[in-house]
Design a protein around this ligand. Structure first.
Ligand SMILES: Nc1nc2c(ncn2[C@@H]2O[C@H](COP(=O)(O)OP(=O)(O)OP(=O)(O)O)[C@@H](O)[C@H]2O)c(=O)[nH]1
Length: 210
């Protein structure tokens, strides 16, 4: 992709319960794929990926840390949210306990990272839409909570891609809205890997934005 991994404009961290869909979300965003056939492998430690995103006439490089959801790695996951500009806190819309876990991480972020913007990502919405599994987390409840903590809420599917680009593009867009961040951005040359905010911004649903 031609990205210099030493230069990241916006540090993003993925947090949430194990099996919650974090790695799949990152895989969908970075490589536009979802490997349903391959068996679930829990993340050990953390993984990193970067992607350049176009916002108007500027480019933002999102450097994204995918943390392990297992409580065994909780102490390690804490290391990855330090100085993050954005946290995507994931919960599985079909599993209520994953939402409780999301709230745990948000409490931590609110206490420790006042400059980190929180995005609540409901995952696996395709399972509800296809009636494969019932919904366990109500979108309106999450939106009420999101409003209270000033967090955007998006329900996503890494399987269909619904709202996945929109989520990351919103992060990049919000990042450029801060004049301090915007000044630091350098012009970059467009290539095929760039995702454009204006293209992915259409037909948004299952979300409430702050
Ligand atoms: N149908 C459907 N399945 C999904 C989706 N996202 C993830 N999954 C499945 O859910 C399981 C867990 O997904 P992961 O992305 O590995 O979850 P994780 O949060 O990274 O898990 P940890 O590494 O344990 O923290 C896998 O079997 C995925 O295929 C989705 O949007 N739709």
């Amino acid at each position: 992709m031609g990205i210099d991994n030493n230069r990241v404009d916006c540090k993003v961290v993925l947090l949430g319960k194990e099996y919650g869909g974090k790695t799949s979300l990152l895989e969908r965003f970075l490589h536009e794929q979802f490997n349903e056939a391959s068996p679930y492998q829990s993340t050990i430690g953390a993984a990193f990926g970067a992607k350049r995103v176009a916002v108007n006439d500027k480019f933002v490089i999102l450097g994204i840390w995918d943390t392990a959801g297992s409580e065994r790695y909780q102490a390690m996951s804490r290391l990855y949210y330090r100085d993050a500009k954005a946290a995507i806190v994931c919960y599985d819309v079909t599993e209520q306990t994953s939402f409780q876990r999301a709230r745990f991480w948000i409490d931590e972020l609110l206490q420790n990272e006042e400059n980190c913007k929180v995005y609540l990502a409901g995952t696996k919405i395709d399972l509800v839409q296809s009636h494969t599994k019932p919904r366990s987390v109500d979108l309106h409840d999450v939106c009420d909570y999101g409003e209270a903590i000033k967090a955007a809420v998006l329900e996503t599917s890494s399987k269909t891609g619904e709202n996945v680009n929109d989520l990351f593009l919103k992060i990049a867009f919000d990042f450029t809205k801060d004049p301090y961040n915007f000044e630091k951005l350098e012009d970059a040359i467009c290539d095929a890997s760039v995702v454009n905010v204006s293209k992915a911004d259409n037909n948004r649903r299952n979300c409430c934005h702050r």
